[in-house]
Design a protein around this ligand. Structure first.
Ligand SMILES: [Zn+2]
Length: 231
């Protein structure tokens, strides 16, 4: 277990650098967490620490009520939301939160990103849905994420007036979903600014999604491909 936690501390620390690399975060906003397999534990970023100062050692280990198990610093202020998702969605191994610019602009309008790109059909299987307005500090953000994901293929939710929460079978897959969310939010914004994006038929969305999720990629590497941008 301790070797697992050491590996996950490094993985979660390294994935925060991807949020910076893809310009999804400013200052200390945004966070990544990963479930510790086989334990009711998660690893998450400390609160208010600059991205360049994050190390595997200063990541925080929490239980799934969001209480600190290992770590000297306070955990991310979004810990309760991450913990709620892990408690209610056992298949989720990673959660990411960002205020990435274009996606948050859709969230500010309370508007779902419509599925008007084949890459969206591949990754999201439909629109990127909008969750409720929720204040930080209790379960309401987590509940909003879980309720909005229910019945959607999307691994991403735009929480109204706030930003993006994504989930994945691994933390890396959740980071990929956050990167893709911002990418398609930007493209569809541009499409809308210059005209009317054309809808994709429901049947076509379903077949694109099925192919990408089940057939695409190297067969020996199919489950890993969910976390890898290898298109
Ligand atoms: Zn936030």
């Amino acid at each position: 277990m301790s070797t697992d936690i050491a590996r996950i501390r490094r993985e979660v620390c390294d994935l925060h650098a991807e949020l910076v690399r893809y310009q999804l975060v400013v200052w200390t906003a945004g966070n990544v967490s990963a479930r510790v397999p086989g334990a009711d534990l998660m690893v998450i970023k400390p609160s208010g620490v600059a991205y360049e100062d994050l190390t595997p050692a200063n990541m925080i280990v929490c239980d799934l009520d969001g209480d600190v198990v290992e770590g000297d610093l306070a955990p991310s202020s979004d810990t309760a939301a991450h913990a709620y998702v892990y408690r209610h969605l056992p298949e989720v191994g990673g959660v990411v939160h960002t205020h990435s610019t274009y996606a948050s602009a859709w969230a500010a309008r309370g508007e779902a990103v419509p599925c008007v790109l084949t890459a969206m059909a591949d990754e999201f299987g439909g629109e990127i849905p909008v969750g409720p307005f929720a204040l930080i500090g209790d379960d309401s953000i987590g509940r909003g994420i879980v309720e909005t994901l229910d019945g959607s293929n999307s691994p991403a939710v735009l929480m109204r007036n706030h930003g993006v929460f994504t989930v994945g079978e691994s933390a890396k897959a959740a980071v990929k979903a956050a990167v893709m969310t911002e990418d398609v939010a930007r493209t569809v914004h541009l499409a809308r600014a210059h005209g009317r994006p054309l809808p994709i038929g429901e049947q076509d969305i379903a077949s694109l999604y099925d192919r990408y999720q089940n057939v695409y990629g190297q067969s020996s590497d199919r489950s890993a491909s969910q976390g890898d941008a290898q298109r």
